[in-house]
Design a protein. Structure first.
Length: 363
């Protein structure tokens, strides 16, 4: 029986023999697995937000990748962990003078332990199926290196997390470095985008379209604007700059707040909490405009993706304002970080669709 070849755009589509090969390779199963891991990463980002907002990040002062999965199981073990925490600058200068007792320590310890546990579970949820698919020869050509790169990013995420914690344990530090926090968070969001992009490529492969989506110019400039906003958001979190103002749109009764100019504007833009809060607050509108442009490009070819960008973007703006005016209320601020991750996921979805070169509606 002859094999029928059809070409749609830049993708080659074939009949039953190609379908049999694709079925053996299990691209749909691979895609579903990556999307499940992506959901876990979104949850991880939310838990990371809780960890940061409850000042829990320095409660575990050691990095034990294996044995650290087990929390203290006796009163003596709990007291030993508490004593290690008492040696930190955060306890000596912030939580200790505020009267922290063992019960309060157990609360912050739980969130840091749970955050690290989720990281371990994500690693297992990625590594074990990867080995299984690899042994079963179910991974299409060209995808093994990409999956290994995603696994490496997950490992780096753990390493960056520890560097972040260690930065807050040095000397008299009372908090983690906002630079390391931004690296830790942005790596997680980059990994999230990579998981979604690869999952969508595999969906197309399952439909017979072997060529992967390309990265477009629109994705580049919109992504760059979104990256700046995410970076500023991470710095706001790291410096507790959300507390710099509880009013909107003005700060301290003025549009541009007072900030430390003594070391230059560039230093202030990366260190001063008032200026960083101001920049994050107003760069959001640049990101809003850029993502709306992207969503309008998507609307004729992928309405669902356009709606997803609009919905997450609008919700994120509202939650950002609510976070400010409530004085960084815990669950509103956590929701702000969670929807931020969903916005990144929506952007990755939209960027992938633009990179397919399709001109007809795809839903």
């Amino acid at each position: 029986m002859p094999v029928l070849h059809l070409r749609f755009g830049s993708a080659l589509i074939t009949d039953a023999p190609m379908s049999d090969s694709i079925k053996k390779l299990r691209p749909v199963a691979l895609s579903n697995w990556l999307l499940l891991v992506a959901v876990m990463v979104v949850v991880m980002v939310a838990v990371g937000g809780i960890t940061r907002l409850t000042e829990s990040g320095l409660s575990i002062t050691q990095w034990k990748p294996i044995t650290g999965a087990i929390p203290p199981l006796s009163q003596e073990a709990w007291q030993a962990e508490f004593e290690l925490y008492k040696a930190t600058g955060e306890y000596k200068n912030v939580t200790g003078p505020a009267g922290m007792d063992l019960a309060a320590f157990k609360f912050i310890f739980f969130w840091e332990w749970f955050h690290r546990l989720l990281g371990r579970l994500i690693g297992i949820a990625f590594a074990l199926p990867l080995v299984w698919f690899w042994i079963r020869k179910a991974i299409p050509a060209g995808y093994k290196s990409r999956l290994v790169a995603l696994l490496a990013l997950g490992g780096l995420q753990g390493v960056f997390g520890w560097f972040m914690v260690r930065s807050g344990l040095a000397g008299t530090m009372t908090d983690v470095s906002h630079f390391w926090l931004s690296i830790h968070l942005l790596t997680a969001l980059f990994t999230l985008g990579g998981l979604i992009w690869t999952a969508l490529d595999l969906r197309r492969y399952a439909g017979g379209q072997v060529e992967t989506a390309r990265w477009t110019g629109t994705a580049s400039w919109v992504g760059a604007i979104l990256f700046v906003q995410l970076l500023l958001g991470a710095w706001v979190a790291g410096l507790n700059a959300g507390l710099a103002s509880d009013s909107w749109p003005l700060m301290q009764g003025r549009l541009v707040p007072e900030f430390d100019r003594s070391q230059g504007i560039l230093w202030a833009a990366a260190h001063d909490p008032f200026l960083i809060h101001f920049l994050h607050r107003w760069w959001a509108w640049v990101a809003l405009a850029a993502l709306i442009v992207m969503a309008r490009h998507l609307k004729p070819i992928a309405r669902k993706s356009s709606v997803a960008i609009h919905a997450t973007l609008g919700t994120q703006i509202i939650l950002g304002i609510a976070t400010v005016v409530t004085g960084v209320a815990l669950w509103i601020a956590v929701a702000h970080q969670l929807v931020g991750a969903l916005l990144v996921a929506s952007f990755a979805w939209g960027a992938h669709i633009l990179g397919r070169g399709e001109t007809r509606a795809v839903g």
